[in-house]
Design a protein around this ligand. Sequence first.
Ligand SMILES: [Zn+2]
Length: 254
Amino acid sequence: MYLLYLDDSGSVGNQNDRHIVLAGIAIFERQAYWLQTGLDRLAETLARRLGGMDPSRLEFHGNPIRSGRGLWRELGREEQRSVIVDALLTARALRGEWELFGVVVDKSALCANEPTDPTEYAFAQVCSRFDQFLARLRRKRKNQRGLIILDKSSQETRLQTLATEFRTFGHRWGVTRNLVDVPLFVDSRATRLIQYADLVSYALWRKFEHDDPEFFDAISDFFDREDGIVHGLHHYRNRQDGYCDCPGCVSRSS
Ligand SMILES: [Zn+2]
């Protein structure tokens, strides 16, 4: 089974947010343990650096780390940014299969063209891309099903409705074939994989909302792709905004 851990950034209701992001990692069940272990090891190193605290108290969340809030205040600005990059690159040590998925929606662009709630649009896109990934595996005679796992404290309550009524919505999006049951919500303290999804979502948020690509650049090659086509990253934007160098847009325009 493949597990898709997801987290969101940006708010539909907040006028100050231009974008919303929904993103994370799809990982084969046995690999989940190794990513958790890799992030635990990084937390142990950081806990020693921060004076020997309990590593389980260190959670990887992009915003507090970059802003130097709480425990992260002890680190310098460059060191704070390195923690996020190092945590994102932990997945590189995995031997098995895993892919990143992400959807970035420019809210005003979407609302101008489609009468769709941005959260529903983003969730439908992620579910559909994950479903297509599983369908591709099936064609290669690797029958795997998928389960979506969301952060319990995700910003959008709409996401919770969409998840709990997934059977109805999933059918409307045509994606229930390869996915198991309804998505689960878990506490980010309980699993570092949700924390990893937070970092992926945050990396996209910093690039698209704040033109700060450092975190995204560390993971830009990790989004699901096949034969040079990037399926795992979808960027909904105004065409009038000109060229976009993200792999999702570059892949579609080539
Ligand atoms: Zn783009």
